[in-house]
Design a protein around this ligand. Structure first.
Ligand SMILES: [Zn+2]
Length: 330
């Protein structure tokens, strides 16, 4: 957990504390990998802290700070679990998890008990809130419709549009800005993290995504090299080991390449794949724009079901076949 607030989130931090009376539910919304989780945890800790510092940071010494987070009786952190319908897939790939109704029922029971601390404040952190499935969303809505006293709900998400509208309308939305490229560079340097500048452009300037992606370097390289082959990809020779991070993750890279193709088509520049700019530009010169746009739509459609237990290899093979077609004359 961070001991201070990331510079790019400092304004949000101040604004939160100038807000004398907080509503009973907040949505922390902002791009993936900009530090929303750390912010929410620090906020929750300081909210429960018995003597917060002048800059609103938690004191780190009171009993509440010592309990936080694992043993704090007035803090509930709800995160996704693997649900039953995923069991049919025996693949060794990362599957998407959901927040399910049992978790919300448990929360409901917990909320019926009174708060442990004297001041009686409680925090419920739901993260990522877009992982709430339909039944869980409805159950949570019921709670938010008649919110228990002195309980603050914080829903953290990078995809607020996925939350049901009735939940969104019951929460105050706090929009978080991401770091500038310069702030990201400074941050990674301060953290003594060795990174390649192209990694930062790949993650759209997000320092935490960059740190996470450092581990996936080899899979990312394999996919990048494949995409760089354009219509020469031999789909029978694709190494499906690239699926160890999940189809969703793999599609994400292909989407970024597709975005860059389109960008390069119009501006001769790339955004995510700076190192491959020349290669992408030469592909952009040969592409069939209609085929590219329909490919982009197909990627979007497939992403929606990518977390389900479908045959991921087959789907990915299909995607590569269609990717090649972008370069065929119409
Ligand atoms: Zn404290």
């Amino acid at each position: 957990m961070m001991h201070s607030i990331y510079p790019w989130l400092q304004d949000a931090w101040n604004a939160m504390h100038q807000n004398k009376k907080l509503p009973h539910a907040l949505i922390f919304k902002g791009k993936e990998g900009i530090g929303k989780h750390d912010f929410a945890m620090t906020f929750a800790k300081s909210y429960l802290c018995q003597s917060p510092l002048a800059n609103y940071l938690p004191c780190e010494t009171c009993v509440s700070c010592n309990w936080f987070p694992e043993s704090h009786p007035d803090f509930k952190h709800i995160a996704p679990v693997e649900s039953d319908d995923d069991e049919s897939s025996k693949r060794k790939t990362v599957r998407k998890k959901n927040i399910v109704i049992d978790q919300i029922r448990e929360l409901s029971e917990y909320l019926e008990l009174s708060a442990h601390q004297e001041k009686g404040k409680r925090i419920v952190l739901i993260e990522p809130a877009d992982a709430l499935n339909q039944a869980a969303s409805n159950a949570l809505l019921k709670i938010l419709e008649e919110p228990p006293e002195n309980t603050l709900f914080i829903l953290v998400t990078s995809q607020a549009q996925k939350l049901i509208a009735t939940i969104r309308s019951r929460c105050q939305l706090i929009d978080f800005r991401g770091p500038s490229l310069e702030e990201s560079r400074l941050f990674l340097t301060d953290e003594k993290i060795t990174y390649d500048e192209s990694l930062l452009s790949f993650t759209g300037g997000s320092p935490f995504s960059a740190i996470k992606e450092l581990e996936n370097q080899s899979e990312r390289d394999v996919i990048t090299q494949l995409l760089a082959q354009g219509h020469h990809i031999d789909v029978t020779k694709v190494n499906y080991g690239i699926l160890t991070q999940g189809l969703d993750w793999t599609l994400n890279i292909i989407q970024k390449w597709t975005f860059d193709l389109l960008l390069s088509f119009h501006t001769q520049q790339s955004y995510y794949f700076k190192k491959e700019e020349a290669r992408i530009h030469s592909q952009a010169k040969q592409l069939n724009l209609d085929a590219l746009l329909s490919f982009a739509n197909e990627l979007n459609a497939l992403k929606k079901i990518a977390s389900h237990p479908i045959n991921q290899e087959l789907q990915l093979q299909n995607i590569f076949i269609k990717f090649k077609q972008i370069f065929e004359p119409s």
